[in-house]
Design a protein around this ligand. Structure first.
Ligand SMILES: [Zn+2]
Length: 282
């Protein structure tokens, strides 16, 4: 199985999966159809299916257009809000495209209908691959928009965390540097976080993706998979793993990108209440 990493929008990824024997292909989260169609032509493959992780527009917006352009295209997903959906899949369901085998792993929380896709080929030396959408990121996890810390805990520890350690992790967004900056705040002494952050910054500078990682690596630097580590518990002031996760996510939500912070003058004005009338109009 060949995985082509296709950057889309500002920091999304689409993933084209190719069975190199039959030249059949499937695509995960094709938000930019025209870009995908160019690649399909260049690679000379037949696109059989779309695998949608969740209904958010930056993952599913391209479905309708592709379904119109490619009649017979199968569209998989676990949420009725996903455009052009033809096959609603459930947890544990298995699919096959050529020699590529897929197991659907239901991970509700970021959205209530979020599905991850675990893929492998029988009799292949290649490591399996996980397409984790906005549930598990390199160095982080997705926001809890439609779910609870209990659900994300199940997702990370029981559903995804128990996959083979050499599983390659392909996530929905390039947000590794920001995630690892937060990870370093959580665990300032963690050398693996420092090393991975330096590497990720370098990749960013060269405009190269930081995906895939491996599950094994994630356990070493991703605080959301390190809930029982003493340093992570100390940072959150909690010991119960679900509570540690809840507190971590809440800290991460407030760990804004620098550009999202008001500039110092605006903050001063805000402190003095000068923006009051403007705020009231909102
Ligand atoms: Zn999302």
């Amino acid at each position: 199985m060949k995985v082509e990493i296709l950057p889309a929008l500002t920091d999304n990824y689409m993933y084209l999966l190719i069975d190199q024997d039959t030249r059949e292909a499937a695509i995960v989260d094709p938000v930019q159809p025209q870009k995908l169609l160019e690649i399909i032509k260049k690679e000379d493959v037949v696109l059989r299916a779309i695998l949608t992780t969740h209904h958010h527009w930056d993952h599913a917006r391209g479905n309708e257009e592709l379904a119109q352009l490619l009649p017979g295209l199968q569209v998989f997903g676990a949420d009725e809000r996903i455009g052009a959906l033809t096959h609603r899949v459930s947890h544990g369901q298995e699919l096959a495209f050529g020699t590529i085998r897929v197991r659907c792993l239901f991970t509700p929380c970021h959205t209530s209908g979020h599905m991850c896709y675990f893929m492998w080929e029988d009799d292949s030396p290649d490591a399996p691959a996980l397409f984790s959408g906005d549930t598990l990121f390199v160095g982080g996890c997705g926001q809890f928009f439609e779910g609870t810390a209990e659900q994300m805990h199940t997702n990370l520890t029981q559903i995804l965390g128990t996959l083979p350690k050499d599983t390659k992790v392909f996530c929905g967004h390039e947000c590794t540097v920001r995630n690892l900056k937060f990870a370093l705040k959580v665990e300032p002494e963690n050398e693996v976080v420092k090393e991975k952050l330096a590497w990720a910054k370098q990749r960013d500078d060269e405009d190269l993706p930081t995906v895939p990682s491996t599950l094994q690596e994630e356990f070493l630097y991703n605080p959301f998979l390190r809930l029982t580590e003493e340093a992570v518990q100390r940072f959150t002031g909690r010991t119960d793993p679900v509570e540690v996760l809840r507190a971590l996510r809440s800290h991460r939500d407030n760990f804004k990108k620098p550009k999202e912070r008001p500039n110092p003058q605006a903050m001063l004005a805000f402190d003095w209440g000068l923006f009051g009338p403007f705020l009231e109009k909102k």
